[in-house]
Design a protein around this ligand. Sequence first.
Ligand code: NAP
Length: 275
Amino acid sequence: MPAISQDQAGTAADKGPGIVIVTGASSGLGREFAGQLARDYPAFCGELWLLARRESRLQQLQAQLQPLCPCRILVLDLLTESAWQKLAQELAQAARPVCGLVNAAGIGRPGHFAAQPEAFQLQLLRLDAEVPVRLCHLVLPYLITGGRIWNVASVSAFSPQPGFALYAAVKAMILSFSRALNAELKPKGIAVTAVCPNPLRHTGFFKAQGLAGPVQGLKRLTAEEPARVVRLALRRGLRGKDISVSSFWGRLLSVAARLLPVRVWLGLEHLLGFK
Ligand SMILES: NC(=O)c1ccc[n+]([C@@H]2O[C@H](COP(=O)([O-])OP(=O)(O)OC[C@H]3O[C@@H](n4cnc5c(N)ncnc54)[C@H](OP(=O)(O)O)[C@@H]3O)[C@@H](O)[C@H]2O)c1
């Protein structure tokens, strides 16, 4: 059942359901976004564009969701220029209006900055920062009134984080960018929501780095289920909110990080084992 009435999906629904582009659709949060959009928001999402590199996983998802919602798969590596050319072409030829973009592709790896290969850091910068910014810019001219963008950030966005330094800095940029863009686009009836989950259970994020899951004790204890994160993110995005924080711990972090001086906050993180 939809988490909110379809009327609340904004005026995109008045123009008929449109295309929603989901990056990172082969795994984790992106896959969950696609599933919930297809199942629960037929008046908003009339066609899904599922984007990632692993074709077989996209095909499996397409087969699963096709009875609920037409799905196109786009097997693209967003770190190649040819992917951007293909996407620009597809958008120019799209048969329906575009009403949504979910920026869920992303990577991260805990550990000291100096200990991580430069190539990985640059890949992170591009995939987690440049790609969502570029996709917003590419898709915005096609986005109709009532359109929605979800940019996946993290609770790491709320404060500097030793042991996840670059990742937290990039997610802080995505949070700030999304909130400002939301304000800029409000007069056009378009909303941008920064999605800020805790570490997640059952996604490929840590596995992709050869890790079993959230490494530090506290992170493991406060880990969230992707389904719940996405349910709230969709609901809040469709209501035009600029941020979605789905856990008590996340909300506590966001308040504490605003109230405490950074020096004190960093000291607390040290005590909690973030080093
Ligand atoms: N997992 C967590 O603990 C956690 C917590 C907070 C926030 N987040 C954020 O949530 C988002 C999704 O993470 P997740 O946990 O769902 O991870 P995931 O399961 O590993 O999914 C990452 C997705 O990104 C896609 N991707 C990676 N490189 C790509 C490329 N070059 N071109 C196109 N697609 C690419 C992957 O697909 P292919 O490999 O098939 O290309 C995959 O579908 C990320 O932005 C992450 O920072 C994660």
